[in-house]
Design a protein around this ligand. Structure first.
Ligand SMILES: NC(=O)c1ccc[n+]([C@@H]2O[C@H](COP(=O)([O-])OP(=O)(O)OC[C@H]3O[C@@H](n4cnc5c(N)ncnc54)[C@H](O)[C@@H]3O)[C@@H](O)[C@H]2O)c1
Length: 270
């Protein structure tokens, strides 16, 4: 059996990040849960086992990434996996109405965070010539119309940044990949982080039933299993890859919404 990995998950207190933390722990890995929701991060880490740790990690702050990497090194002697997961939807509304400060804040959380995480993880991983970084982008980074302008733009940049950095770090034994989820049932859609999110989710869930190829949203664990695979040695020849996990959303128009002449059988004319 391979050695247990030391994994840092940003935004690990909720949604996809929490599911990743639980999936890593379930296969015996050590998890550092980084988040700004401190109480939730502690609750998740406590649930995962005595070796796991919660850290206050604001992904806008370079100092917080430095501290997280230092703590990983001091406590566990290494960092094997970084999941750059934390994000927000970002500033909403028409382009002409977006304040520059809101744009910058959003960009710092969604995009610059991924740069900072990779920068500091690479410093720790390079001497060992080993590691895996998994960034979380979105299907919205590949097609517009599923998020606000800032989100679409930053997620597209996360995909391209992943590919660019993967070419550099693979020469240091570090693989860098990105997961692009479709619609997942998490608080991010609801504008709240407390228990009210589940009630708000019901309306959103119904909307997604309509226009998705697979007529349901994903559960966070369905994204986490893809993240875990990319972080594991089972994907040892996968690098610079954008893995779409969207139930077929990006594949095109759902079959049931296609016009009858496409769906009905007619003998081919010869
Ligand atoms: N839910 C979806 O449908 C969906 C789809 C595609 C991509 N994603 C991406 O998945 C990732 C996780 O989102 P989620 O859906 O689990 O949302 P979520 O809101 O459940 O979790 C996001 C976590 O990030 C944390 N966070 C926010 N700002 C932070 C900061 N400055 N520093 C540190 N942590 C911060 C939050 O506290 C929260 O715990 C995000 O990158 C998101 O863009 C989500």
């Amino acid at each position: 059996m391979s050695e247990r990995k030391v994994c840092l998950v940003t935004g690990g207190a909720s949604g996809i990040g929490e599911a990743c933390a639980r999936a890593f722990a379930a296969r015996g890995d050590i998890v550092i849960v980084g988040d700004i929701q401190d109480a939730k991060a502690v609750a998740v880490a406590n649930d995962l086992g005595a070796q796991c740790l919660a850290l206050h990690l604001d992904v806008r702050e370079e100092r917080d990434f430095e501290d997280a990497c230092r703590i990983a090194q001091e406590r566990y002697g290494r960092l094997d996996v970084l999941v750059n997961n934390a994000a927000i939807v970002g500033t909403l509304g028409p382009i002409a109405s977006i304040p520059v400060e809101d744009w910058d804040y959003s960009q710092n959380v969604i995009l610059r965070s991924v740069f900072l995480g990779m920068k500091h993880a690479a410093r720790l991983m390079t001497p060992r010539q080993s590691g895996a970084i998994v960034n979380i982008a979105s299907a919205a980074g590949m097609i517009s119309g599923y998020g606000p302008h800032i989100y679409n733009a930053c997620k597209a940049a996360v995909i391209q940044l992943t590919k660019s950095v993967s070419l550099e770090l693979v020469e240091q034994g570090i693989r860098v990949n990105v997961v692009c989820p479709g619609n997942v049932e998490t608080p991010i859609h609801t504008g709240v982080t407390d228990d009210r999110w589940k009630a708000r989710m019901e309306k959103i869930r119904a909307e997604h039933h309509e226009d998705q190829a697979m007529p349901r949203m994903a559960q966070p664990a369905e994204i986490a299993s893809a993240v875990c695979w990319l972080a594991s040695d089972e994907s040892s020849y996968v690098n610079g890859h954008a893995l779409v996990v969207d139930g077929g959303m990006l594949a095109g128009r759902p079959w049931r919404q296609q016009p009858p002449f496409l769906r009905e059988f007619h003998p081919t004319r010869r």
